[in-house]
Design a protein around this ligand. Structure first.
Ligand code: OOG
Ligand code: MG
Length: 267
């Protein structure tokens, strides 16, 4: 039996979703899906991602927002993948600003400095422009994403990482955001610190030229699934810098100029 619109049998979609779900819950690495299914299309990959999310929702998890990934040159270069992707943020991954979070339960976590937004009106693709996306942003926050690929050695290709909910693991949204009106998101400086040392610097423009371009790209990609970005959606626009490995004891802080900061300690 084929599932509609994909080349993979429905049973295979479920099997790959279960493989990734189990790996995340058990905190162990697995071979990337394309090792077994080299022809995996992007469509198949998003079908696996949806099945993976459905498994989590069936255990009473909740979708808290969306995330974009591989939106900056630094990330694309680091991962050897050259196209933006999207995934879901889940309540189980939310960590309060300034809180401590265990590394136990993670495989090989890395942190990313991100700019997050909350939308004030619905955005619908496929022709959503950067200007429309900018006008739809109500609030802006500094954010940290903790990514944790379920794949061996954090190595993957585009379909495999899409299936794995774009390596999503945990995230921190700065406790205090600011209104977007009047902010020039392109030119905001972004500083990533680990244990008090600056380990990377960037600017909003690193994210597809403008963080709102990432939001527009999300709306345009979701249009392919007949979905929109509803008003009130939290969106992480993607790492502005490359990602950095972290271990227990590390303190991470992301500061976004004129916006605020987000911090997290691993234990
Ligand atoms: C994929 C997820 C990338 C980002 O912000 O670019 C991502 C990965 O690099 O593991 O979340
Ligand atoms: Mg990210």
């Amino acid at each position: 039996m084929k599932s509609s619109g994909t080349g993979l049998a429905a049973a295979d979609i479920e099997r790959f979703a279960a493989l990734l779900d189990d790996a995340e819950r058990g905190a162990y690495e697995v071979d990337k899906i394309t090792d077994e299914a080299p022809q995996l299309s992007q469509e198949d990959a998003y079908a696996i991602q949806r099945a993976l999310i459905a498994r989590k929702l069936a255990r009473s998890d909740r979708i808290t927002g969306r995330k974009m990934g591989l939106t900056s040159p630094a990330k694309m270069r680091q991962m050897g993948v050259d196209k933006p992707i999207y995934g879901c943020l889940l309540a189980s991954g939310s960590v309060a600003d300034g809180a401590r979070t265990p590394t136990r339960g993670l495989i090989h976590p890395k942190v990313e400095a991100e700019i997050a937004v909350i939308t004030g009106r619905e955005l619908k693709g496929p022709h959503c422009s950067v200007a429309e996306a900018m006008a739809a942003i109500d609030f802006v926050f500094a954010a940290i994403e903790v990514i944790d690929s379920r794949y061996r050695d954090f190595r993957f290709d585009l379909p495999s990482v899409i299936a794995d909910n774009t390596s999503a693991a945990r995230y921190v949204i700065g406790a205090a955001g600011v209104r977007a009106a009047g902010l020039d998101l392109r030119h905001l400086g972004v500083v990533l610190e680990k244990n008090g040392d600056v380990i990377a610097t960037s600017a909003g423009a690193a994210v597809l030229g403008h963080p709102a371009a990432s939001l527009a790209a999300l709306a345009n990609m979701l249009a392919e699934e007949d979905e929109s970005v509803p008003a009130g959606t939290l969106v992480m626009t993607g790492g502005c810098t490359e990602a950095f490995a972290v271990k227990a004891g590390d303190h991470v802080r992301v500061t976004v100029q004129n916006v605020g900061a987000a911090a997290l300690t691993f234990e």
